[in-house]
Design a protein around this ligand. Structure first.
Ligand SMILES: O=C(O)[C@H](O)COP(=O)(O)O
Length: 228
């Protein structure tokens, strides 16, 4: 029975400042490093041995993975980084303070932007200097797939090809997999894996730095879910 572990990155510097982050590449805060270290200790205590790691191309998730793996003596395992596991792109909200946005646009609007399944945030234009099109790490992508803002639905749609092509085949081959990613890319995968409805997904939160361990059957149905 394969095990699948999701871990949202530890607290980031922008989580600490309460800023919309999305594809902006910010570092872990001191607390975030601590959370990742704790996560690694818990994985070690639980005796979970991984065969493969996946993460995004964003520093906060990569570092969380490395710290947790090092702490559990598994830094050597194969790992793959992909933009498809990035945080959802928060469009023109990126860099704005979440509390100030709620004062400006209203609590309800901001909650809808943050948690609804299919409402898009205000989009970032492709000629905006903050556009991901200006970043070397996305230079090999077809510019059409580089988003200017995503809702959870679009995030799920860009995560799924990677799940189908890489993660699911590993699990079907019996490998234990860890995915270190982000609040919303992991909410999208959780929705898929647990069959959560478009309405109910609004209530799902991912804690920073907390491993979520799934036992799956040989058809990748969830047998057990445990938060460490
Ligand atoms: O991108 C961000 O701002 C956070 O990592 C996730 O934010 P959210 O909880 O507002 O979706």
């Amino acid at each position: 029975m394969p095990k699948l572990v999701f871990i949202r990155h530890g607290q980031s510097e922008w989580n600490l400042k309460n800023l919309f982050t999305g594809w902006v590449d910010v570092n872990l805060s001191e607390q975030g490093v601590q959370e990742a270290t704790e996560a690694g200790k818990k994985l070690k205590e639980a005796g979970i041995e991984f065969d493969q790691a996946y993460t995004s191309v964003l520093t906060r998730a990569i570092k969380t993975l490395h710290i947790a793996l090092e702490e559990s003596d598994q830094l050597w395992i194969p790992e793959t980084k992909t933009w498809r596991l990035n945080e959802r792109h928060y469009g023109a909200l990126q860099g704005q303070n979440k509390k100030e946005a709620a004062e400006k646009f209203g609590e309800e609007q901001v909650h809808t932007w943050r948690r609804s399944y299919d409402v898009l945030p205000p989009l970032l234009k492709s000629d905006d200097e903050g556009s991901a099109l200006n970043e070397r790490r996305y230079a090999n992508l077809d510019p059409h797939v580089v988003p200017g803002g995503e809702n959870l639905k679009v995030t799920l749609e860009r995560v799924m090809p990677f799940w189908e092509d890489h993660i699911a085949p590993d699990l079907l081959a019996g490998k234990n997999v860890i995915i270190a990613a982000h609040g919303n890319s992991l909410r999208a995968l959780t929705k898929y894996l647990e069959g959560i409805s478009d309405d109910d997904i609004i209530n799902l939160e991912m804690a920073t730095g907390q491993p979520v361990v799934y036992d799956l059957d040989d058809k990748l149905n969830v047998i057990n879910k445990e938060k460490l």
